[in-house]
Design a protein around this ligand. Sequence first.
Ligand SMILES: [Zn+2]
Length: 629
Amino acid sequence: MVNATDEPLHRRLLALLDVALKEDEVTASGLATQLSAPVSEVEAELRALVRFGSLTRHASSNGEARYSVSPKRKKIGEMLIAAGHMTKAQLEEALAEQGRTGERLGGILLDRGYVSKELLGNMLAAQHGIPYVNLSTHPIDEQLVRSLPERVIMDHKVVPFARQGTEIQLAMLDPTDIMAVDTVEKYLNGHVRPFLITEADFGQAVTKFFDVTRKVGESLLGVGDELRELDHAAVGVADSYDTSPVVRVVNTIISDAVRIGATDIHIEPEAEKTRIRVRVDGLLIDKAVLPRSVSDGITSRLKVLAGIDIAERIRPQDGRILVTIEGRDYDLRIATMGTAFGERVAMRLLSNRQVMVGLERLGLFPEQQELLQTLLGRQHGMILVTGPTGSGKTTTLYASISYINDRIRNIMTIEDPIEYRLPGITQIPVREKSGITFGVGLRALLRQDPDVVMVGEIRDPETASIAVHAALTGHLVLTTLHTNNAAGALVRLLDMGIEPYLLTSSVLAVVGQRLIRVLCTACKRRQSAREVDLQILGLPIDTSLTLSVGVGCGECAGLGYKGRTGAFEVMVMTDVVRELVLQRKPASAVMDAAVAAGMTTLRGAFIRKVVDGATSIDELQRLMVVEVN
Ligand SMILES: [Zn+2]
């Protein structure tokens, strides 16, 4: 069981200790026998664990020391609960996810937003008894990092960030990894002083020093030769390709995008060069500019992987690539098309990982959340979520579904594509090629006796009509529509041929939403509002108000923003709204009536988020410009 000799001793020992120390003390010789390893090596490992505070050493009369778990070493989850940072239920959910994915607990807690990076770091530091270093704000000695082979940094997840005399300050994800300490000491010729970092820190540091531009530069050598071969022997390229420069560049581009949390990768040919850009938090960022000769090879490689015709460079094609990066599976949807300067490629990165955001984390104001929860408690009717592409509509639907998932109702979805897997819920993908459109799929799904139905998107009159009838016949229907605001959705459905009286008796509410960028908490500053700011906010110019701005720091890659949150308007089908829809009044009239009844508009939500300090006045202006266009 523990005899897999290809595993490093450190890991095998930890696995063994995990079991053996639950009830008993252990000795070095006892462990060495079980591991078939030299006693001296096991002892060295145990001494390191004592040094890191994980184990306590007890001297004994016969000379052989015994080791037990240090009483001060508590589990990180329990520490967070004890300190009131997290609930027991949250820990259990996170542990269940860890059981499924095998990822680190800390990373899961961060992803779910239960703890901040700073808090996690400090808790881990307290647990291990060694200091935490925030690498995104702490200076890093670049030369020192570069003097360690990338392989060592990646394998052991360590970053040497400073040197003082013979002391090497080493940021480590696992400070008990004595192999890492040995290796780094050997390479850098000094004595390691361990510091703790979080997985997020490590990812950021790695992105900074081993980013795509540099890697691409290193990998360029030899690409030209390869391309000549490619032209002549397009078939069978995949097999002979695995260690080639093009493959390395492609891998770097994809894994770099994943690491910085990008949702899309664009390869855009221009007259002389090709630009590679990625979308992070909704905006495109330049990653690299490559010579055309290189990008052609990259495009061909991607097309081979996606199983699409590499000889076809003009007509649009689409395909998908399944990749595993750092233990996580990704589904890359790739679309190509010919442009004036060559073939353009867009890739969308979908993670198979379940990232479930609760209603409370969407960005709804408390009164909006309460309203939505009341509506989701209804047995039948339709709730529409509207907004342009990339406004977070699907996330809102998933959060709503998981809010009402009580396991005593049959919840079914039809989606294109399925972005997250929801446990306990039947999800059906749209398969246009097999004739399963939204309309066909929805009709079939309704014969499966569902209580709650989620329709990924209403795109056509047929789907609209089936969805409305489902809502009228005892089903709760959740769906999205591509319109600019809540009132527009009702008009759009009328345009799709839905009778006004059917609409007013089926729709419960329409939620309009956008995603706004959130100011980076690490570099956010307060400053008094200027006259021009107050004008933008529509406030009297003598108002005294402080606003927040992002300065830009290592944590947010200098952008001043990190992550996004939703801004919402929730329009309920009140009697007044109903009357206006029955009279087929324009969207503006419906909107005015809803506002008169007290609805917060999207614009109002933006402003409130600026005043609350969640985002900046610049972001508000950017959003307003987008709205006008
Ligand atoms: Zn920042």
